[in-house]
Design a protein around this ligand. Sequence first.
Ligand SMILES: C[S@@+](CC[C@H](N)C(=O)[O-])C[C@H]1O[C@@H](n2cnc3c(N)ncnc32)[C@H](O)[C@@H]1O
Length: 230
Amino acid sequence: MTPEFWKNAWQKSQTNFTQKKPNPMLVHHFKALNTPKNGRVFVPLCGKSVDMLWFISQGFDVIGVELSEIAVIQFFAENDLQATVSLHPTTPSLTCYQAEHEGQTLKIWVGDIFDLSPIDIGIIDAVYDRGALVALPDMKPDNLRTRYTQKLMALSNKASQLLLSFAYDGEKQCSDNHKNLPPFLVTRSQLEQYYAEYYEINLIAQEKVDYVSTAGDSGYRLVYTLLSKN
Ligand SMILES: C[S@@+](CC[C@H](N)C(=O)[O-])C[C@H]1O[C@@H](n2cnc3c(N)ncnc32)[C@H](O)[C@@H]1O
């Protein structure tokens, strides 16, 4: 997916991946990571996810990154948060939106995750991936997903992750009918290919649902913990 694809989606409000309430799988399963109290959570490709506010309510600081400035402006406006906006000292394509809320710091970089450095992100205790890995295709020649997983590990120093994913059921299991549009299926073997060297991968929950993706297929919502071998 090109940056233009996502920026257009936000411009045209084609963003039905946005949830109105904190994700129930997050709320039930985040504790499995044993993130230290007052820790910092990285939310890559964050959109305007209210899951970030749930982390704040649990006493964590949050740092996100999102390509679309529209998404980030909407996030702050819709949640009555006043942002301090600053430019990146050396990279003109990056802008920082920051606010203090309920005693925690919430910071979102507007820009491409691939333009960020570990210094921009700081120390990370946990990563929350909902709608990020599945937003990127695993396709040759420029495998965006492999690049993303490597960048994510570099930015977070391989902090443990809670990863929300999905699977189709029955005969659809291996097919990907909608391969030109997100969300993209992430198979177990792909997950191992990206992460098994660095993380212990555990499928900790799966829930049968009628509509697993915005494309309207039935299947399962999956929750993985990726526990750092660091
Ligand atoms: C499927 S949405 C998920 C958003 C959010 N995580 C949620 O759960 O609502 C994927 C988001 O990633 C953003 N995005 C895609 N590629 C990106 C990149 N290279 N850098 C930063 N954000 C990106 C898109 O603009 C979009 O908002």
